[in-house]
Structure formats: structure tokens, C-alpha cells
Write a protein that binds this ligand. Structure first.
Ligand code: FDA
Length: 303
């Protein structure tokens, strides 16, 4: 399996394939895990999910952003989606990676872009989540979060359970809305747990800490039923009401389980990626769980 993982990570990093795939529309089963290409597609998909009792966090996919002009196009597309969501009165918020709007180019430029996005989001009464990327970007992402928190209350970020410094972050941001995840990047042993058991243990500890300290809402983002079952038992034992937290999963993964959680009365939020830049996201999802190759096989054998 590690060989397959590395292969799909490598595939996700090939820019020429990424560029070519932008012209193709959704292919190879990607439509199972990506919500569409255009803003209109995404709004329609969100309406469908809202009708099933789920809220949505949308992610306008954008990869390989190295020029200011590209970052500005991404920022404009995100603002267009915020306005369209507001107009359609759908139950959705934004997830954004700061590298998509220029963090790999220049810190101040990215800060300027996220401020423009925050202004539009505030006007639309929408929450903005700063997605967390690999460790070298974490310090800058937290610095930008601190800047934004001086002006806005509708912003939060992601805590990665594999990082040794996450317990301090959860305490520091106890009054901020946080999404807690296991962590998706390959990080070295001097800053992050490597062993699955250690990561799972840290994950549950962080969830408990954020649920019981401060006023910040907790988004528990995982497909792992063992963790979800532990959270269900913990909130029951500690009388934590359902409006303090939600479960989040990626669009297209464990869909039946997602519906079960809604039926059980839990707040549930679907992470919905969309846009022409679907290729790298799709490859990373296969790398994460090589069984997802079934999506490709099924699409090829049924087309
Ligand atoms: P994991 O992959 O550890 O699986 C645990 C167990 O759950 C499996 O052994 C299996 O039993 C079951 N399972 C998992 N997936 C399944 C499936 N598809 N079908 C059936 N069973 C399955 N990361 C990051 O670094 N920064 C970020 O900003 C985000 N944001 C984010 C948002 C959302 C909504 C989610 C769900 C995830 C993220 N992540 C993330 C990714 C996260 O860090 C992590 O890499 C993945 O969620 C994979 O870990 P899981 O906790 O889902 O379970």
C-alpha cells in the first residue's frame, strides 16, 4: 500500500496532467467526490445536501498557484461563490487554503487577499475556515488567523492531531471555532507523531479539550467510526449539547454513514470541493486510502 500511496502522491504533483485535466471536465470517477465545475454546480449540489439535513463547507479547488495574477483569479472566484451562496440562501461556509490566494508568493499579499474574502464573508454572514496545510505553512497561517481575529469573529482554523504542538494551540484558541483532524501531510518525527495509535489518541484528547474548554464550536472531521463512537459516548456522559459540535466528512465518502449521523440528530457538515482544478485533489484522496481506486475502476468499467 505505501507504494500505491507514493505513486498517487507523485501523480498529484504533475502540473502538466493537472493543466490538461482542467480542460476535460470531471473524469475517471472524480464526479463521485467533487461537487462540480462551476459556481452554479456547487450551489445546486449544496442545495441538494441542505435538503438532506446537512450543512456544507465548500472549497474552490485551486492548485499550483505561483503567480499573483493566478492568486487574484482564485480570490475573485471565491468571492463570487460567497455572494452566490448568500443570494441562494444556502447553509454553507467557506474553507480556503492560504496558498491558493498567494501564501507561497508573499505573506502580505496573501493577507490582503484573505482580508478581501473576509469582508465579503462578513457581509454574507458566513464563517471562514483557514484550512491547514503542511507544517512550514502553519506558522504563517496562525499569524494570519491572529491578525483576522483582531477584526473578525467569523474565522477559525484546523488543528492537526499528529503535531506535538496542537494541545497548546487548542488551549490558545479555546474560544475559536476549530476543525480537528488527524492530519494529512507527511511530517517529520521531530514535530509529529508517526504511529497511528498515537495520532488517534492525540485526536480524541484534542476533541475532548476543545469540547470542554472555552466557547469555541468544534468540528470533528473524520471518517473513523471508532473515534465518532467515542465522541458520541463522551458528549452523552458529559451532557455536551449537540449545538456545541458537528461531525464533518468529505463529499462522496461513507455517504450512508453520513446520513445515519444526520438521522441520529447530530449536526453534520459535508466538505464539498468543486472547480476545474479537481485532478490533484482526486489523486490525493486515492493516495490517502488506496481502496478509493475503486472509484476509478468503476468509472472506467461502466463508461
Ligand atoms: P483514517 O483514514 O485514519 O481511517 C480510520 C478508519 O476509518 C479506517 O481504518 C476505516 O475503518 C475507516 N474509514 C476511513 N475512511 C473510510 C472510507 N472512505 N470508507 C470506509 N471506512 C473508512 N487534513 C489536514 O491536514 N488539513 C485540513 O485542513 C484537513 N481538512 C479536512 C476536512 C475534512 C472534512 C476531513 C474529513 C478531513 C480533513 N483533513 C485535513 C484530512 C485528515 O487530516 C485525514 O487525513 C483524513 O480525514 C483521513 O483520516 P480519517 O480520520 O478520516 O480516518
Amino acid at each position: 500500500m505505501p507504494v500505491l500511496r507514493d505513486l498517487f502522491i507523485k501523480l498529484s504533483e504533475i502540473k502538466p496532467i493537472n493543466d490538461a485535466s482542467k480542460q476535460m471536465g470531471l473524469r475517471f470517477g472524480a464526479q463521485k467526490v467533487v461537487g462540480g465545475i462551476t459556481t452554479e454546480d456547487a450551489v445546486k449540489k449544496i442545495q441538494e445536501l441542505n435538503n438532506k439535513g446537512m450543512s456544507v463547507t465548500f472549497d474552490n479547488l485551486g492548485e499550483f498557484i505561483t503567480e499573483r495574477s493566478e492568486a487574484n483569479i482564485e480570490k475573485d472566484k471565491i468571492i463570487e461563490m460567497i455572494k452566490a451562496s448568500n443570494q441562494a440562501k444556502i447553509n454553507a461556509h467557506l474553507s480556503v487554503k492560504l496558498t491558493q490566494i498567494g501564501l507561497n508568493i508573499d505573506y502580505d499579499f496573501a493577507l490582503e487577499n484573505i482580508r478581501e474574502i473576509m469582508k465579503a464573508a462578513k457581509e454574507a454572514n458566513m464563517f471562514v475556515n483557514l484550512d491547514m496545510e503542511s507544517y512550514p505553512k502553519k506558522v504563517e497561517t496562525m499569524k494570519i488567523l491572529d491578525e483576522l481575529l483582531k477584526e473578525y469573529d467569523n474565522v477559525g482554523t484546523v488543528i492537526q492531531a499528529y503535531l506535538f504542538d496542537s494541545p497548546q494551540d487548542v488551549l490558545k484558541y479555546k474560544d475559536v471555532r476549530l476543525r480537528i483532524v488527524k492530519g494529512a501531510y507527511k511530517e517529520p518525527g521531530n514535530i509529529a507523531y508517526q504511529d497511528k495509535t498515537d495520532i488517534d489518541k492525540s485526536f480524541f484528547e484534542l476533541i475532548k479539550a476543545h469540547l470542554t474548554n472555552g466557547t469555541g464550536f468544534t468540528s470533528i472531521a473524520t471518517h473513523d467510526h471508532n473515534i465518532i463512537n467515542k465522541v458520541k459516548a463522551f458528549v452523552k456522559e458529559n451532557n455536551i449539547s449537540n449545538d456545541k459540535f458537528e461531525f464533518q466528512m468529505l463529499y462522496g465518502f461513507r455517504t450512508e454513514y453520513q446520513h445515519e449521523l444526520v438521522k441520529e440528530g447530530y449536526n453534520f457538515c459535508v466538505y464539498l470541493p468543486y472547480g476545474p482544478d479537481w485532478y490533484a485533489y482526486f489523486m490525493r484522496r486515492i493516495a490517502e486510502r488506496p481502496q478509493n481506486i475503486n472509484l476509478v475502476v468503476k468509472s472506467v468499467t461502466t463508461s
